[in-house]
Design a protein around this ligand. Sequence first.
Ligand SMILES: Cc1cc2nc3c(=O)[nH]c(=O)nc-3n(C[C@H](O)[C@H](O)[C@H](O)COP(=O)(O)OP(=O)(O)OC[C@H]3O[C@@H](n4cnc5c(N)ncnc54)[C@H](O)[C@@H]3O)c2cc1C
Length: 554
Amino acid sequence: MAKKKVLVLGGGFGGVFAAKSLEKLGRGEVDVELVNNNNYFVFQPLLPEVASSSINSADAVVPLRQLLSNVQVRQAQVMGIDFAKKTVVVMQGARLTPVELKYDELVLALGTAVDLSRIPGMSDHALTMKDLTDAHMLRTHVIGCLETADVTAEPEVKQQLLSFVVVGAGFSGVETVAEVRELIRRALPYYHNIAPDEVRMHLIEYAKRILPTFPADLAEYATTQLRSQGIEVLTGVGTKSATSTGVDLTDGRKINSSTIVATIGNGPHPLVQMLGLDLHWARIKTDRFMRVPGREHVWALGDAALIPLIDNPQEDPADYATQTAQFAVREGDQLAANIMATLNGKEMKPFAYTSRGSLASLGMSKAVADVYGFKLSGMFAWLLWRGFYLSFLPGFAAKFRVGVNWLLNSVMPPNIVQLRMPPPATRYIHFWKGDKVFEPGMLIDGFYTVINGAFKLTIDNPETSEHFEKVFGAGEHFGERVLVKSELRTGLVEALEDGLLLFIAQKDFTRFATAFPFLDQYFKDYIEKTFGGPGKAFAPGSTNQQKPKLAKTS
Ligand SMILES: Cc1cc2nc3c(=O)[nH]c(=O)nc-3n(C[C@H](O)[C@H](O)[C@H](O)COP(=O)(O)OP(=O)(O)OC[C@H]3O[C@@H](n4cnc5c(N)ncnc54)[C@H](O)[C@@H]3O)c2cc1C
């Protein structure tokens, strides 16, 4: 009999453990192929430890090919599924070439996406904590804040740089705030101009208490522990909006901060949303065997799926599998067994699993654990947390590296090397009324288009007695004059009301404007008309030749 092809989409906990079990249970009977956009599996529970430098970035991930030696692994982006033709379209390679893959059985394990769109400004200004890049970016960003805070002479700038906000106090939010605190605490002895009491950390939770999946007394213990480390725990309050300079809370408070980390907003995967499947709570509805109703030979598991734990489930989350690695792993095993049962005409088993408990690390060698009904806290819970995740981490090499890293990290100084990642060349930036966009003497950065709000440009040049004022509204732009003339900023731009700008970095904007003669001419005419005097076209290769003015230093 010809081998059946099982295609698994997604290489997280659900996809990897399903593929691993299929490889074992179906050897000789099925060909298993797994598609994932990265060539590695991310052990998400360890991401906060990457952010704090407790372990190296590469140690929270495992190469899929080493994890699944008898599975065909394909690094590609899933773009679409044709259920009628039983095909999946993926894009692969540097040029993103489309490839069509056939399947006999299809497993959907694409996880969820972060959706922050309900809070204005949040998706443009918050860092997230979902994959390896996020954890790496957070670490880089925090170290960058310490670097600048140590040398700035402007108290307001320093205060903003040393204020850190984590939104959401589920276990990923709690572990993230605790790990960032730990990184800063261990790094501060190397930043001689920052006093420990200048650092402010905030954990913001909309619910009445943190860690909603833990018993109330453990959540209380965790709150006390976090507060004792100087973390302000704000419960019963949400975030209304975010800008480049802070967050606006639902109780009217504003927190100035250069660092917002959002661990909220678990939304549906964009592809899952487009598939025309029956979704509930933004998850794919399945039956108890993890089959997707109405679609033959299609299965779903992990965070993307809503798997009932009982017959006739009600509108109660407890009636369904939870979105945790613990469940995804067990779902993977059961789903593989069910696929093999259908292929062999045997009876399938419904998915049933009861959580063994939860663990959350609180930093400073403390944790809370609710395991098999036993409630633990403090150092013993922390050792259990470490032991549990070490045993859970797939592959000996990964376990060994993480274990050694933990050991070294406990006796060595923290790694505060900042491997910088350039910010996106084009991005939205939100401003509150009174915020400064740029000031005279700053190095030119790029071009700004007003999406909404009003921004006032003031130029006062004592050398030339030049005085100029203009208010820019939606659809208007500023910042191009000095780009054309290759100078430092000469003007001050302030937000007259809350507003949103689209920013394009200097190099990209100049390239774009140079490539289109009509744009080049447009800016030449615009500058002549707006600022007077002859305009100047974007000279190819024009760069900033001027030396920056000395910034204030301590
Ligand atoms: C910071 C953090 C800490 C956590 N801590 C714990 C914990 O302590 N205990 C616990 O039980 N759970 C924890 N979780 C939850 C747990 O990690 C998830 O429940 C689990 O990862 C879900 O597995 P999944 O396979 O459904 O999704 P994921 O692990 O998200 O995997 C989905 C995979 O699909 C890939 N993918 C997505 N779209 C595409 C596409 N279009 N093409 C190709 N590939 C694609 C992704 O890259 C990813 O590899 C934590 C989560 C986070 C974020």
